[in-house]
Design a protein around this ligand. Structure first.
Ligand SMILES: [Ca+2]
Length: 291
């Protein structure tokens, strides 16, 4: 009896404050974190990750950013993502890279009226991490998917360069954008033949608002033409749109289309002709072959 009391007391004595539970991440599954995961440890094989949320002074509800401290065998590094007016984000380990290696996908929601998940994809290599910023994507969670069934995952996104360009944000319909990484560097792989069915499905939606039952919307026509360019069918759509614009106007749209000439967008190129703006955008953004 005395022995068991001693064991019990010893047990009480050595019981420390319980650390937060370590969350084991499953391969190719996204974990959606929130404020309650501040300080949480995550694991994937030998890789350990610790999430630390950054709050503005006096705030506890929303965060202005998050750190992820990563220990990966021989390497230790810290990832940072900005956030704002939000308290959630995402974390996962995916086979996105064409090398077949594992990438940490880390992002936080930026908050705002209609915005965005900021996402990084970080390839873990024997030489250390290769960090790729995917940028901000409209919507909440960016979930990598294996779109072509080859066992490697891709990001199915929308080309945000089309937002605001051909119409106001609310009327903007961006075309599909598919990205993966190669040796940790982001690639736009949308035009690869295995994704043609996804491009065609996207065009179905846009057709409705580019001469279909939904009328003629400047932004839908731009996205439709961009998708057509991926399939080598730009000229057909361009001619169809130009013919319509000879006698009519789009249902809504800007009077002119502006393109940033520098990173800070201090100077813009403003084009009044829609078709010229479309040519310019699709060339500038790599939708049309360079010759
Ligand atoms: Ca795939």
């Amino acid at each position: 009896m005395r022995f068991w009391i001693a064991v019990l007391l010893a047990g009480l004595w050595i019981t420390p404050a319980l650390p937060l539970e370590t969350v084991a991440l499953a391969e190719n599954e996204l974990f959606e974190w929130d404020n309650s995961h501040d300080g949480t440890e995550f694991s994937f094989g030998d890789t350990r990750m610790r999430l630390e949320l950054i709050y503005p002074e006096g705030e506890t509800d929303w965060i202005e950013g998050a750190y992820l401290d990563v220990t990966d065998g021989d390497h230790e590094f810290r990832l940072h993502t900005e956030a704002g007016l939000s308290g959630f984000g995402e974390l996962g380990v995916f086979t996105i890279d064409r090398s077949g290696g594992h990438s940490i996908v880390f992002g936080a929601y930026t908050g705002g009226a209609h915005c965005c998940m900021t996402v990084q994809s970080v390839l873990l290599t024997a030489d250390g991490p290769v960090i790729a910023d995917l940028g901000m994507y409209d919507g909440d969670f960016v979930v990598p998917e294996d779109l072509d069934g080859d066992g490697l995952y891709e990001f199915k996104l929308w080309d945000g360069r089309f937002l605001y360009t051909f119409d106001a944000y609310a009327n903007s319909i961006p075309p599909i954008l598919i990205q993966d990484t190669e040796d940790g560097v982001v690639r736009d792989v949308t035009a690869e033949p295995q994704y043609y069915p996804l491009i065609k499905a996207d065009m179905q939606n846009q057709s409705e608002y580019c001469g279909g039952p939904g009328g003629w919307e400047a932004s839908a026509c731009a996205a439709l033409a961009a998708n057509a360019a991926r399939l080598g069918q730009y000229d057909t759509q361009r001619e169809r749109i130009a013919t319509y614009l000879e006698t009519r106007q789009f249902h809504s749209g800007w009077d002119e289309y502006s393109f940033c000439e520098d990173e800070a967008c201090n100077t813009t190129l403003d084009i009044t002709s829609y078709v010229e703006a479309l040519d310019y955008a699709l060339n500038k953004w790599g939708y049309l072959p360079t010759d």
